[in-house]
Write a protein that binds this ligand. Structure first.
Ligand code: ADP
Ligand code: MG
Length: 276
């Protein structure tokens, strides 16, 4: 929180201006401005189809914007190929993330040090045996990350033996292995048990406190509002509000956008679709 209060005086890590994406005739994201600061958690909310994931895809380099600019520390990202975004320190976790290969948790995290891209996976795998033996420091670092996300006991287990929630933690450890400066979480709490959600929020907070910028899409309002320093609200592709969780929750435009006639005081008990 202390970091976010100081944002007015700092330079944003990531600056998006006029970010837009059309799919044929559908304007999925329209003229969105976003500033993301190192060490903050910026929540992104909005009803289903509001353009949240599309915005993330553009920031992660997976989708080229139709128009707009995207700058990381003053450098334009737009001309870069997808894999260069990861090299620049932008890392994204996915909603569905079960690894479909057989390898240990530790090897899987170490893979994150080389690349996050499936395109590069096979090359990495072919080299893995020799590389791992030479990279003691890398193994050490992987073990720290595995401990950090709470998978220490599963370090040597096969990734296929992990539960759904553990798979999500593994993905976070693998993402951190690439030493990102900006991490994008698209509905990370989806499918997790309440205990796993609790652990996830601690982990996300610690990631931000390490100085990493966190962009967080989350359906679970209680989870998001408790975590985010600031919240941006999308509706029909446009940003309709931005502010602290408290400011956003009392913003009339937000309330009418997707909370219908439900009292704002009840918002904390609802998910992003306005259902209890
Ligand atoms: N690859 C795509 N092709 C066509 N339409 C898409 C594509 N991806 C998303 N959309 C559409 O863009 C809109 C925004 O989608 P999305 O960004 O996934 O919303 P959210 O994540 O907020 O639920 C939706 O209407 C969706 O159907
Ligand atoms: Mg989405």
């Amino acid at each position: 929180m202390a970091q976010a209060q100081g944002t007015a005086m700092k330079t944003p890590l990531l600056v998006a201006r006029g970010l837009s994406k059309s799919f044929g005739g559908l304007q999925a994201v329209a003229d969105v401005d976003l500033d993301v600061y190192a060490g903050e958690i910026l929540g992104v909310i909005g009803p289903n189809g509001a353009g949240k994931s599309t915005t993330f895809s553009m920031i992660a380099g997976a989708l080229p914007p139709t128009s707009g600019t995207l700058m990381l520390e003053g450098q334009s990202l737009l001309a870069l190929p997808t894999h260069a975004f990861a090299k620049c320190g932008i890392m994204r976790t996915f909603q569905h993330n079960k690894p479909f290969v057989s390898m240990s948790v530790q090897d899987n995290v170490m893979m994150g040090m080389h690349t996050q891209l499936w395109g590069g996976l096979w090359r990495v795998l072919l080299n893995l045996g020799g590389a791992v033996r030479r990279e003691k420091a890398a193994a050490q670092r992987a073990n720290e990350l595995i401990e950090f996300v709470g998978l220490g006991e599963w370090r040597d287990a096969d990734v296929s033996s992990l539960s759904f929630g553990q798979g999500r933690l593994l993905e976070i450890a693998r993402g951190l292995a690439a030493e990102p400066r900006l991490m994008l979480f698209d509905e990370p709490a989806a499918g997790l048990t309440p205990a796993e959600c609790e652990r996830l929020s601690v982990i996300i907070r610690q990631i931000a406190s390490r100085g990493i910028a966190v962009l967080l899409i989350e359906h679970d309002m209680r989870f998001l509002m408790a975590l985010a320093d600031r919240v941006a609200v999308l509706n029909f592709g446009r940003k309709i509000a931005q502010g602290t969780p408290a400011e956003v929750q009392r913003d009339p435009a937000v309330v009418s956008a997707y909370l219908g006639n439900v009292k704002v005081s009840e918002m904390n008990n609802m998910n992003a679709d306005g259902h209890a």
